[in-house]
Design a protein around this ligand. Structure first.
Ligand code: SF4
Length: 118
């Protein structure tokens, strides 16, 4: 089976033709550097993404505080992660980089604020 995907490792956005057999990458065509093959292998075997979201605040200057995970999390866990983040309500001022959740879903991933809100 050939799966088409776009490498998102850099702005060149190479179109990759990824040959897959039994859930494993056999060959990658179309990449302009070795990162394309590594990206394709991860995308096929263990896809993950940095999650960006907002958290509701109470009594602060912004009603929604932008946050992101400090590492990619498995794509299969993204919806559960969003549900967990939605449960949070921030009442005290935060600085950019403040840890809002220490261990999201037990994945060893932090959720951090990406801007200061007073
Ligand atoms: S394969 Fe290499 S050059 Fe192409 S988008 Fe990925 S990182 Fe960039």
């Amino acid at each position: 089976m050939i799966k088409m995907m776009i490498c998102i490792e850099c702005p060149k956005s190479c179109a990759l033709a990824v040959e897959i057999d039994n859930g494993k990458v056999i060959r990658v065509q179309g990449s302009k550097c070795p990162k394309g093959a590594a990206y394709a292998a991860l995308e096929v075997q263990d896809p993950a993404r940095i999650l960006t979201a907002t958290i509701v605040s109470e009594g602060l200057s912004l009603k929604l505080i932008p946050v992101r995970t400090n590492k990619p999390i498995p794509k299969k866990d993204l919806l559960r992660a969003m549900e967990e983040i939605k449960k949070i309500n921030i009442k005290a001022p935060v600085k950019a980089g403040d840890i809002i959740i220490k261990n999201l879903l037990g994945l060893g991933v932090k959720v951090v604020a990406t801007r200061a809100v007073q």
